[in-house]
Ligand binder design. Structure first.
Ligand SMILES: [Zn+2]
Length: 175
């Protein structure tokens, strides 16, 4: 199970604009088997997933680790996750351990993967590994699976925007 990948996918899902099936299919471009099964109901459920997960990232970003953990734990309790042995032609055993949700619906699968990915990251490395972009006009969330815990921005573009602004501010300030 790619738990780091599931945590990163959770952040991508929270950040995505999911108005219709095409939007969700675009988010799942690297998961063609899942993307092929997306329905309107999945889009509705993913928007609910976004509303549920967003407060976890906001609490972590504000340093309210206990609140982030409590919110994530409440979601785990409300949405039971089922481990499943899934065929995987690339694995030596031909199998891999995956997680599923209450039904085979794409959104339930995504929710199960998101919860397990985020919970594992928080349990292993702490709630500070979840956050919200430090660029003042950006509200995208991120997960930090790096070894040195260095992430502050959702993207390289936001990081350089902040660095350029700081550089300009320094130049305006007389020495
Ligand atoms: Zn950003």
């Amino acid at each position: 199970m790619d738990v780091a990948g599931h945590a990163e996918q959770a952040a991508r899902l929270v950040n995505a604009t999911v108005l219709d099936v095409d939007d969700l299919v675009a988010v799942l471009s690297e998961r063609p088997a899942l993307a092929a099964r997306v329905t309107d109901r999945d889009c509705m459920l993913v928007r609910r997933l976004q509303r549920d997960l967003d407060p976890v990232f906001r609490a972590a970003a504000e340093g309210r680790d206990a609140a982030a953990v409590e919110a994530l734990d409440a979601l785990l309790a409300a949405h039971p996750v089922t481990p499943r042995l899934t065929p995987d032609p690339h694995a030596p055993s031909g199998l891999r351990l995956a997680v599923g949700g209450r039904s085979d619906a794409v959104a339930e699968q995504l929710l199960a993967e998101s919860l397990v990915g985020l919970a594992t990251l928080v349990a292993d490395l702490g709630a500070a590994r979840l956050g919200v972009c430090g660029e003042p006009r950006c509200s995208q969330v991120w997960v930090d699976t790096s070894s040195n815990r260095s992430r502050r921005y959702c993207s390289g573009r936001c990081a350089s925007r902040v660095h350029v602004a700081a550089h300009r501010a320094r130049r305006r300030t007389p020495a």
